[in-house]
Design a protein around this ligand. Structure first.
Ligand code: ZN
Length: 131
């Protein structure tokens, strides 16, 4: 298992981690297989979406923040239920195929770490499976 450490700077933000994942895959020398990318946090998530136009990630985050307000009729005493709900919607893992040492992603796709209760230091775990 490889670990990628991230420092987030906002309360909520999307960080494009495609390059970092690519680097770890090439460092592993694995040419053909799969990379399993896992976020071991309950108030952060991960998703694949458009990376070419940064306003797409801003729009997704904007809608999530509008739909799920920070303050609400929540029971969780820690006070960060909104972050838990957003993390649940995005999910905790993505898988990307690797061929000839490269991530198999669509032209416009990027891998985003989704911070919902920052700023914090976060971890992303990568299991690189293949030969
Ligand atoms: Zn909590």
């Amino acid at each position: 298992m490889e670990t990628l450490t991230l420092k987030t700077t906002g309360r909520t933000e999307f960080l494009d981690i495609t390059r970092e994942v690519e680097k770890m895959v090439s460092r592993s020398a694995m040419k053909d297989g799969l990379v399993f990318v896992f976020v071991p946090h309950t108030t952060a998530g991960i998703t694949i979406n458009e990376g070419a136009d940064p306003s797409v990630a801003e729009d997704i985050l904007g809608v999530l923040n509008r739909l799920i307000p920070f303050q609400g009729d929540y029971r969780h005493r820690e006070g960060n239920s909104a972050a838990h709900i957003k993390a649940g919607l995005m999910g905790a893992s993505v898988q990307v195929a690797v061929e000839k040492g490269k991530l198999v992603l669509g032209t416009w796709q990027a891998i985003f770490f989704c911070e919902f209760d920052g700023p914090r230091t976060r971890k992303v775990l990568l299991k690189i499976i293949g030969a």
